[in-house]
Design a protein around this ligand. Structure first.
Ligand SMILES: Nc1nc2c(ncn2[C@@H]2O[C@H](COP(=O)(O)OP(=O)(O)O)[C@@H](OP(=O)(O)OP(=O)(O)O)[C@H]2O)c(=O)[nH]1
Length: 189
């Protein structure tokens, strides 16, 4: 197997899974987000191909229609486990309200191992970057795009900063923290 084979397969599966999806309320193809996760991980020194592959695949179960059995068929059990652990609790997801789902995520992150926290931190940074870009363009209209408004999103992102604090030696965590400050704590602006 050549060195890039695992990542090429992860890109193929993620691109097919997210083929018709766009990022929330935008015209941006969904696959831009998983690619950004892999770029953030690499910039932060991650060379482990299974972590990078899981980063690319991290939303295929939660936001795509891929099944765990598909991941088992194409990838190692470690890649499958990393994707599962990086996903919001999947069972009964559609019936649970936003705040219950996010409160569960905030608590669950605290007990994840570093490999999964790397993926989660890169994911949340990518989401926060896109929120900041949109906020700078459309201001408070941004909050209409999401299933929760400013106050709830502020609680969620401040809590994520706290849940991920073991990652403070990574540049991506510092950027995440600063981005959250810029979106949610714009004092005097
Ligand atoms: N910021 C941002 N989020 C987007 C975008 N497109 C899709 N998303 C997804 O939308 C979620 C935030 O939207 P909400 O309305 O607050 O939450 P919900 O979809 O889970 O109900 C993010 O979940 P999350 O819990 O923050 O993370 P994740 O683990 O689901 O990725 C992310 O997955 C985008 O352009 N910007």
């Amino acid at each position: 197997m050549h060195k890039d084979q695992l990542l090429v397969k992860a890109i193929e599966i993620a691109a097919k899974t997210h083929e018709y999806q766009k990022r929330k309320s935008t015209d941006i193809p969904y696959i831009v987000h998983p690619f950004e996760i892999a770029m953030i991980l690499q910039r932060n020194g991650v060379e482990d191909q299974e972590i990078l592959a899981a980063g690319i695949l991290h939303d295929t179960l939660e936001d795509g229609n891929l099944q765990v059995s598909d991941l088992e068929k194409w990838f190692t059990s470690r890649v499958k486990e990393l994707v599962l652990l990086a996903s919001e609790e999947l069972e009964g997801r559609s019936e649970r309200p936003w705040d219950k789902r996010k409160a569960h995520t905030i608590e669950a992150i605290k007990s994840l191992n570093t490999d999964v926290k790397l993926i989660v931190c890169a994911d949340k940074l990518s989401n926060a970057r896109s929120m900041l870009r949109s906020y700078e363009k459309i201001g408070d209209q941004l909050w209409d795009r999401f299933n929760a408004g400013f106050t709830d999103q502020q609680w969620y992102y401040d809590s994520l900063v706290e849940s991920l604090k073991d990652m403070e030696s990574y540049a991506m965590y510092q950027e995440f923290k600063e981005t959250v400050q810029r979106i949610f704590h714009r004092k005097g602006e």
